[in-house]
Write a protein that binds this ligand. Structure first.
Ligand SMILES: *[C@@H]1O[C@H](CO)[C@@H](O)[C@H](O)[C@H]1NC(C)=O
Ligand SMILES: *[C@@H]1O[C@H](CO)[C@@H](O)[C@H](O)[C@H]1NC(C)=O
Ligand SMILES: *[C@@H]1O[C@H](CO)[C@@H](O)[C@H](O)[C@H]1NC(C)=O
Ligand SMILES: *[C@@H]1O[C@H](CO)[C@@H](O)[C@H](O)[C@H]1NC(C)=O
Ligand SMILES: *[C@@H]1O[C@H](CO)[C@@H](O)[C@H](O)[C@H]1NC(C)=O
Ligand SMILES: *[C@@H]1O[C@H](CO)[C@@H](O)[C@H](O)[C@H]1NC(C)=O
Ligand SMILES: *[C@@H]1O[C@H](CO)[C@@H](O)[C@H](O)[C@H]1NC(C)=O
Ligand SMILES: *[C@@H]1O[C@H](CO)[C@@H](O)[C@H](O)[C@H]1NC(C)=O
Ligand SMILES: *[C@@H]1O[C@H](CO)[C@@H](O)[C@H](O)[C@H]1NC(C)=O
Ligand SMILES: *[C@@H]1O[C@H](CO)[C@@H](O)[C@H](O)[C@H]1NC(C)=O
Length: 323
């Protein structure tokens, strides 16, 4: 399923479960009174700013998307939107590119935690599978049926219900933002309010990053008869985004494909385009969407770099919504 495709770039560091990252009080988080500070800048320190108003924990934001050709749950009506990549998530990496996960086990809504411990190692704190009502019900309980409908159109899982994926993204990643911490919402906090706000924020970022259209502008469209070159795909996305995103691939390694073997290539990158991660910093609350694009840190791809090595496959016709 989609969750499994979340390939870790950096090694996750240990974290302990707690209800709030900095033990903030429930009062005095009027962010319009706080200086507008850029995450990962020198001033973005928990002792210098209100951690509810400037992201001081996961200040390197990654807006992530998938390209898939099927969902595996077509028979239940779970299909892919036409002519668009789908939303994966909005991740709060540390400024140095490493990250933590499942930072607040009191808000664990992931039915199939992956990894199943907070540090991904056998000696980590176990992340218990969530057994409660699916997170889609959190959205409908707020009367936000339009939001739920949008999520079921563009935030699509593979091999399991969409709502499992949304719960995974929230609990694994969103609990590691200082700006989504519960005390930030004040004494009138309504349960799951921050879950809804996280979904809206992830959507806000996603909607500004039309990967499919950006590629089409450069005549890069899904095709089962043509192949593409990483440099062309990444170069076009970098031109539109104004910084180099990470481009992820799945499928066979190029050195193990017929084409790669014929060329005696030593390029071990994978060959099926499947993900893109856009990196940015945010001024003030990430919720406001006041961001600055930054280049991908560390490795910027898992794909083969050889000329014409990549498949950007067409969606299976019966997996498209409306089919
Ligand atoms: C928050 O409070 C808990 C429990 O009192 C404590 O263990 C933890 O170290 C505190 N965290 C911070 C960042 O102050
Ligand atoms: C909140 O702000 C008020 C007014 O500045 C101040 O008197 C009070 O001590 C603050 N309370 C906390 C818990 O920070
Ligand atoms: C990255 O930053 C985090 C948070 O400041 C820190 O815990 C971690 O050790 C750092 N990792 C590396 C590899 O420097
Ligand atoms: C976590 O997953 C690993 C590998 O899949 C497995 O061996 C282990 O038993 C699991 N641990 C728990 C607590 O479920
Ligand atoms: C957990 O295991 C890892 C690797 O096996 C080790 O490096 C780490 O020190 C261990 N952590 C604890 C808290 O035991
Ligand atoms: C391709 O590269 C991988 C990773 O280095 C290696 O394990 C594999 O043997 C290589 N395959 C061929 C056919 O050379
Ligand atoms: C792969 O082969 C090319 C020459 O064909 C060489 O320049 C390059 O260093 C090799 N890379 C690795 C990782 O072996
Ligand atoms: C990204 O890297 C390129 C060089 O690869 C550099 O010219 C550019 O300034 C960098 N952009 C940002 C936003 O850091
Ligand atoms: C991606 O990273 C590699 C290795 O660090 C670097 O050589 C290359 O210039 C980067 N690509 C882009 C488009 O910035
Ligand atoms: C294109 O190829 C992919 C991968 O083999 C396959 O899943 C998909 O159904 C194909 N699409 C069309 C329109 O044939």
């Amino acid at each position: 399923m989609a969750l499994k495709k979340c390939v870790a770039l950096a090694v996750a560091v240990t974290t302990t479960a707690q209800a709030s990252l900095y033990n903030e009080t429930k009062v005095n988080h009027t962010c319009i009174l706080d200086p507008l500070v850029l995450s990962c800048s020198k001033q973005a320190q928990p002792n210098l700013v209100d951690t509810c108003c400037t992201e001081t924990y996961g200040g390197l934001l990654l807006s992530t998307q998938f390209w898939s050709t099927y969902t595996g749950l077509e028979d239940q009506g779970q299909k892919l939107p036409a002519d668009t990549w789908t939303l994966h998530g909005l991740w709060p990496d540390f400024c140095n590119g490493s990250y933590t996960q499942y930072c607040d086990l009191t808000r664990q809504y992931d039915p199939t935690p992956s990894p199943n411990t907070t540090n991904g190692l056998p000696n980590g704190t176990v992340v218990p599978p969530y057994k409660g009502p699916n997170v889609g019900t959190f959205v409908s309980n707020f009367g936000r049926l339009d939001l739920l409908n949008w999520m079921n159109t563009y935030w699509i899982n593979q091999g399991a219900p969409n709502s499992d994926f949304w719960g995974h993204e929230f609990s694994k990643h969103a609990t590691c933002y200082s700006t989504f911490d519960l005390p930030c919402y004040g004494p009138n906090y309504v349960e799951h309010q921050e879950v809804i706000e996280f979904f809206e924020t992830a959507i806000k970022y996603y909607r500004r990053l039309p990967t499919w259209s950006w590629l089409k502008e450069a005549n890069i469209t899904p095709s089962n008869s043509t192949t593409y070159t990483l440099g062309d795909i990444q170069g076009q996305l970098a031109k539109k985004f104004k910084a180099t995103p990470y481009v992820g691939c799945s499928g066979p390694r190029y050195n193990e494909t017929e084409q790669g073997m014929k060329a005696k290539s030593n390029d071990t990158g994978r060959t099926v385009v499947s993900e893109v991660w856009y990196y940015m910093h945010a001024y003030g609350r990430p919720q406001e969407g006041n961001t600055v694009p930054v280049n991908a840190t560390g490795s910027n791809t898992s794909c083969a770099k050889a000329k014409g090595a990549l498949h950007y496959y067409e969606v299976t016709p019966s997996s498209v919504q409306g089919s």
